[in-house]
Design a protein around this ligand. Structure first.
Ligand SMILES: [Zn+2]
Length: 150
């Protein structure tokens, strides 16, 4: 069931369970969709962005020296990049579970550029209605292969 992605906090890109944050769960307790994508942004930053991970590894201070701004500024920038990549790479599942541009607008500091991407890909169209179950699965794995090759 696509809704399980939201209920169980599963990443639409790597299909792994996202580590839950009590802080976010409380902050967005009334908005499961917003809570879900807020968790995804943190997960994406830590698991899918290599340059961010390098900044916290053994030679982290060397990488962090290249930052222009401070931690919060840099984190906000990386978060915006993460949001856009989550939308592009996870759009099939995000559409299935009913994530809309409005949900991204509820997150902190969402830039107009990110909203543009959200409006382009999150159309609210139920992909499942037009594709058979097996086609959806094929589409997913094909997308994953493209991501790995990129
Ligand atoms: Zn993931």
């Amino acid at each position: 069931m696509p809704k399980d992605y939201v209920n169980q906090n599963i990443c639409p890109i790597c299909s792994r369970k996202v580590e839950e944050s009590d802080y976010l769960n409380e902050l967005f307790s009334e908005e499961p969709e917003v809570n879900y994508i807020a968790h995804l942004v943190t997960h994406y930053r830590h698991n899918h962005i290599e340059s961010w991970n390098r900044c916290w590894g053994r030679h982290g201070s060397r990488y962090r020296r290249n930052w222009f701004g401070d931690y919060d500024e840099e984190k906000a920038k990386v978060n915006e990049r993460a949001k856009r990549q989550i939308i592009r790479k996870g759009k099939v599942i995000l559409n299935q579970v009913g994530i809309l541009p409005e949900h991204f607008a509820r997150l902190q500091n969402t830039e107009p550029k990110t909203m543009e991407v959200a409006r382009k890909y999150l159309t609210g169209v139920k992909v499942q209605d037009t594709l058979s179950g097996s086609t959806t699965v094929e589409f997913d794995s094909a997308q994953e292969l493209t991501d790995k090759a990129a």
